[in-house]
Design a protein around this ligand. Structure first.
Ligand code: COA
Length: 151
C-alpha cells in the first residue's frame, strides 16, 4: 500500500491544498494530511485541533484520507504512520528553494522521498496568509476554501 504524508500548517487549508490531495490520490492509496508546526508561523489563527476538525469534516466520507496533528519532525510522523513518501505542492520559483531544502533534509534524516506536485495555475496566487488577510478585512473567502469532498 502506497502511503504519503501531506504535511503543512494549513492555516487555513485552501483549495490549493485540496487540489494537491485530489491529484495525490491518483498516485497514493492513502494520504495522511498532517498538521505540523512551522516555527516561522508560530501564531496560527486556529489551534491545530480546530484545523484538524475543519479538514476532517471535508474528508469525513473518504476512507483513503486521514487527518492528524503532530509535534516534532515530519519524518518521525511519517514513520509512525508507515508513510514512504512526503507529498507537497509548490506554486512558484519562490517556493522551490524552500521545498528543495526541506526535501533534502527529510531525505537525509529518514530516506523518505518527497513528491512535489506543481500547483494548478489557477491556484498559484492563493496562500493561507492571503486568505487570512482577506478574512480579517471581512471579505468572503468561500471561493478559496474547499467544500466537502465529492466523489
Ligand atoms: N496551492 C496554493 N497554495 C499553496 C499550495 C498549493 N498547492 N501549496 C502550498 N501553498 C501555500 C500555503 O497556502 C501556505 O501559504 P502561507 O505561507 O501564506 O501560509 C504556503 O504555501 C505553505 O504553507 P503550508 O502548505 O501550510 O505548509 P508549511 O510550509 O507551513 O508547512 C511544515 C511546513 C509543517 C511541513 C514544516 O515546517 C515541517 O516539516 N515542520 C515540522 C518540523 C520538521 O520536520 N522540520 C524539519 C523540516 S526540514
Amino acid at each position: 500500500m502506497r502511503i504519503a504524508i501531506f504535511p503543512g500548517t494549513f492555516d487555513p487549508f485552501t483549495i490549493g491544498h485540496y487540489s494537491i490531495v485530489e491529484r495525490g490520490l491518483k498516485l497514493f492509496d492513502k494520504i495522511i494530511i498532517a498538521i505540523g508546526y512551522n516555527e516561522q508561523k508560530a501564531n496560527a489563527e486556529a489551534t491545530a485541533e480546530q484545523r484538524r476538525l475543519q479538514i476532517k469534516e471535508i474528508y469525513s466520507d473518504v476512507n483513503s484520507v486521514e487527518v492528524i496533528a503532530y509535534n516534532g519532525l515530519t519524518t518521525n510522523c511519517a514513520k509512525k504512520y508507515n508513510a514512504d513518501f512526503i507529498l507537497r505542492g509548490f506554486r512558484t520559483v519562490a517556493d522551490f528553494e524552500y521545498e528543495r531544502n526541506m526535501a533534502d533534509i527529510n531525505r537525509k534524516l529518514s530516506g523518505i522521498e518527497t513528491v512535489l506536485l506543481y500547483t494548478l495555475p489557477e491556484h498559484a496566487s492563493i496562500s493561507s496568509s492571503i486568505v487570512r488577510e482577506l478574512l480579517h478585512n471581512s471579505v468572503d473567502v468561500t471561493e478559496f476554501l474547499p467544500q466537502k469532498h465529492q466523489y
